[in-house]
Design a protein around this ligand. Structure first.
Ligand code: BGP
Length: 483
């Protein structure tokens, strides 16, 4: 019996992000952004906290320091390898390239009336190379990197003025490159602002104090409004599709104890679905009423904001998935994950960074997110961060990454059979880049190795890993099967 026919041909892609990839931190008039002041700190249990929840003291220390102590300033030096890198992606054979635009490269302070000509010229080159190589574009308009000037002179996204500054940036993108872009994502992992306020919404942490949660959610709200206004403007100016994105953590209850499942429902609602509900359904979900009341969280939402959110919802929903998580009302052994710490799952293996590898969790997430929104779904980030080793003969045998990808791709196929309308899969860090959580070049995701270390030392030569040839062959096979 044929209930429906899934006609969507899955797009296979790869992703970078300006602050983690470009480097050229002070080239062509680019302004400092929030990622340029995050230092590399040798990993201990709380290093990621120290390097992503910044205080003003840490920011001040960064202003006159050794640039090599700040890995995002070098990234993978993509700024100097545009032609070569996009030719590598073409050789790999991906359908779609996800990348982001550095706000501080286009508007160095963020509040200028006009964009920076050198920034425009750089992205003209990037879009031209991508177009010439016939790849579709999934554009992340803002991927964590906020001009530092907006943080220090406006208070980051706590200030409603950022909505208009962001809209000015968006208009530049639409008018200059709108014809080259297929999918638009206004904000990367918009729920990150809750877990990582400096990275997500540009909030500076006060030494020894927790963040004021009313300011965090006021900032998130301003980003929701900015996203809606960008979609409203974009639909008048360009033909691409507009989406939203959340980091998905795929919560399982630790046991069949009812309280574990209740915790799973609450954690998944507040940590993941809250933001995608607002941007995809167009209104605040009722469960957040209790969440805000129990924490005395108060912030301003105007009637005009509500109208904007209702009338400018996303065309598709996208998410990042790296690992699954566990909800338990009892104290159990913990492990790290993307953005959050979670309870260790005794059935799963974890990476050196503690992230629990769970291909079935991707299928679970695809079913949950599609069932929730009934809108096309994009996997905008997935991949394996690993300490790859460059052999003496300049090869990298990342069989573990091939195994990770193979198992996750199997689950994507299963999810399609489950009836999930999947637009595409975008592998994170397709070329090695600096990790967002721990500022490490040596936490590698790519199918292309970049010869550089956490201190910015190396040739920055690009070297195809075994997984490059595997992914290339996989994509060819997909194309043949689709004919
Ligand atoms: C997500 C970010 C990406 C990427 C990814 C992997 O939160 O959107 O920028 O960094 O996490 O995390 P990490 O780089 O910390 O390994």
């Amino acid at each position: 019996m044929q209930l429906y026919e899934n006609k969507t041909k899955l797009l296979w892609g790869g992703a970078t992000a300006s602050s983690q990839y470009e480097g050229g931190w002070n080239e062509g008039g680019k302004g400092l952004d929030t990622q340029d002041v995050r230092p590399y700190i040798k990993r201990t249990s709380n290093a990621t906290t120290a390097t992503r929840l910044l205080t003003q003291e840490v920011i001040e220390a960064a202003k006159n320091a050794d640039p090599n102590a700040y890995p995002f300033r070098n990234g993978s030096k993509g700024y100097y390898h545009t032609k070569e890198d996009i030719a590598l992606l073409k050789e790999l054979g991906i359908d779609i390239y996800r990348f982001s635009i550095s706000w501080a490269r286009l508007y160095p302070k963020g509040d200028e009336a006009q964009p920076n000509a050198s920034g425009l010229a750089y992205y003209d080159r990037v879009f031209e190379e991508v177009r010439k190589n016939n790849m579709k574009v999934f554009l992340t308009m803002n991927h964590y990197a906020l001009p530092l000037y907006l943080v220090e002179h406006y208070g980051g996204w706590t200030n409603r003025k950022l909505i208009d500054f962001y809209l000015r940036f968006s208009r530049t993108v639409f008018e200059r490159w709108g014809d080259c872009i297929d999918y638009y994502l206004p904000f990367n992992e918009i729920n990150a602002g809750y877990f990582s306020p400096f990275n997500g919404v540009g909030l500076v942490k006060k030494e020894g104090e927790d963040y004021d949660q009313s300011l965090v959610f006021q900032s998130l709200h301003h980003q929701f409004v900015a996203s809606a206004k960008t979609i409203e403007l974009g639909r008048k100016l360009v033909k691409g599709k507009f989406g939203c994105m959340v980091a998905c953590f795929c919560y399982y209850p630790y046991s069949c104890k009812p309280e574990d499942t209740l915790k799973q429902v609450i954690d998944e609602n507040t940590n993941t679905w809250f933001c995608s509900d607002v941007l995809t359904r167009g209104y605040y979900p009722s469960y957040m009423q209790r969440f805000f009341e129990e924490r005395d969280i108060v912030f301003e939402i105007t009637e005009e904001d509500k109208k904007l959110l209702r009338e400018n919802t996303a065309d598709f929903v996208s998410f990042s998935y790296y690992q699954s998580s566990v909800a338990s009302v009892e104290e159990k052994e913990k492990t790290a994950g993307n953005l959050v710490v979670t309870t260790k799952n005794p059935y799963l293996e974890a990476t050196e960074w503690g992230w629990q590898i769970d291909p079935v969790g991707l299928r679970v997430t695809l079913n949950r997110i599609y069932d929730r929104y009934q809108k096309p779904v994009f996997i905008s980030e997935n991949g394996l961060g690993y300490r790859d080793v460059l052999q003496a003969d300049r090869t990298v045998h990342d069989t573990y990454r091939i195994d990770y990808l193979k198992k996750h791709f199997e689950q994507i196929k299963e999810a399609q059979k489950d009836g999930v309308d999947i637009l595409g899969y975008i592998m994170w860090g397709i070329i090695d880049i600096v990790s967002a959580g721990s500022c490490e070049m040596e936490k590698r995701y790519g199918v292309v190795y970049v010869d550089a270390d956490n201190q910015g030392c190396g040739t920055y030569e690009r070297i195809k890993k075994d997984s490059f040839y595997w992914y290339q062959q996989f994509i060819r096979g997909e194309r043949e099967n689709a004919q």
